[in-house]
Design a protein around this ligand. Structure first.
Ligand SMILES: Nc1nc2c(ncn2[C@@H]2O[C@H](COP(=O)(O)OP(=O)(O)OP(=O)(O)O)[C@@H](O)[C@H]2O)c(=O)[nH]1
Length: 367
């Protein structure tokens, strides 16, 4: 019974966690680590925290008779709530970022000018640097923060603000400015180190993806690479050609491993140059096997293409380190469409390749 209760509690907790994440990621929880999703998440978080503060403070301000301040806070609360809905529908984080930051600048300047509630308005300005630098990056963020600082100076020193009415010492103004500049400086250092770190992370991820999906010898996609590309492809149907070099072991044995490597690299070039369309793919499936995926052709056309390729390789003279030799290929052909899965098509192509080998090699076997 206790076990059952624990399970139900965990399920409820997981459900709540998922709903919370769905709220913050505006419905998109699968690509959590993409830069766009991260921005959507943080803008949404800023806006949600903004609503949590501006809504009650707005109500309190109206309650205390500070109508203008109260209405401004409520307008921002509404704006931030609409921002969430808009973000959920469009994922346009750039525009939503403007909706977060610009009303915030105006509100802060107004709070400093009016003193807010009992002269406490200026204490809120320190949230500005982090938000500005995150949303607009170092360059634009710092320009906006400089303009904001100038606006602060203007309001505090040159406008008839209500600052002196609250009995503050004159030095408080300069201390507010200096401490604000210190926070800008620290936020800038943080943003700079974070953006450097993110940049390096992005570059490393790109390199690792390249290594993970590419065959180092031929520079073609490897098995993982082509499977990933085929799984995400928008093409409805493909034909797969599994090609295998006949008696490749003899090349290695007769001419050495380096010549064998050269032959595989040269073969990869021939395959790549022969692909009919730019959406077609070729990969090194493993060892001396290559998987080619072609789209937009019927089975007969693919068979014809395989035969052309086979003859091209058969008549090609491989030449490396004074060694000259010829190679032949065997092909297994299979179609992949809505009724045949990728795995099934690969198995079928593999069976037909085996059949081509058994029937004497140097040929294409299809259904
Ligand atoms: N040089 C080189 N040889 C490789 C590489 N990968 C696999 N091979 C060799 O490819 C050969 C494959 O031999 P087998 O599987 O017996 O096939 P085969 O000699 O081509 O004979 P059939 O496929 O039956 O026509 C082996 O000798 C492997 O060492 C590679 O990256 N470089």
């Amino acid at each position: 019974m206790t076990k059952l209760n624990n399970k139900t509690n965990t399920e409820i907790n997981n459900k709540e966690k998922t709903s919370f994440l769905t709220f913050l990621y505006v419905g998109n929880t699968d690509t959590v680590f993409s830069e766009d999703t991260r921005r959507v998440f943080i803008i949404n978080l800023f806006a949600s925290v903004g609503v949590l503060f501006t809504l009650p403070l707005g109500v309190v301000s109206i309650w205390q008779g500070k109508l203008l301040l109260g209405v401004s806070l409520l307008v921002i609360a509404i704006l931030y709530s609409l921002n969430h809905i808009y973000l959920r529908r469009t994922h346009n984080h750039k525009l939503c970022g403007y909706f977060v930051i610009y009303p915030l600048y105006v509100l802060m300047i107004y709070l400093v000018y009016s003193g807010g509630v009992n002269g406490t308005g200026h204490v809120w300005i320190y949230c500005i640097p982090a938000v500005a630098l995150f949303l607009h990056g170092m360059k634009r963020g710092l320009i906006e923060l400089t303009l904001f600082t100038l606006a602060l100076i203007l309001v505090m020193y040159f406008m008839d603000s209500r600052f002196s009415e609250f009995g503050y010492h004159e030095t408080l103004k300069s201390r507010i400015l200096f401490s604000f500049i210190v926070v800008v400086f620290l936020s800038g250092i943080y943003e700079y180190s974070m953006s450097r770190f993110n940049q390096e992370l992005k570059e490393t991820t790109t390199k690792l993806k390249l290594y993970a999906y590419t065959d180092p010898l031929t520079k073609l996609l490897n098995r993982r690479g082509i499977l990933q590309r085929l799984e995400i492809s928008t093409q409805q149907s493909f034909h797969l050609l599994l090609a295998d070099v006949d008696f490749f072991k003899r090349i290695n044995d007769e001419y050495g491993h380096d010549v064998g490597d050269y032959a595989l690299t040269q073969l990869a070039k021939i395959f790549q140059e022969s692909l009919p369309k730019k959406d077609d793919l070729v990969s090194r499936w493993g060892g001396e096997e290559f998987l080619i995926a072609v789209c937009g052709m019927d089975e007969y056309e693919v068979f014809e293409f395989a035969e052309i390729l086979r003859h091209r390789v058969e008549s090609y003279e491989f030449s490396h380190l004074d060694q000259r030799f010829h190679m032949t290929l065997s092909f297994g052909l299979a179609g992949m469409n809505s009724s045949t899965s990728l795995r099934e098509a690969i198995t079928l192509a593999d069976n037909r390749l085996y059949q081509a080998k058994r029937s004497g090699r140097n040929q294409t076997c299809r259904a």
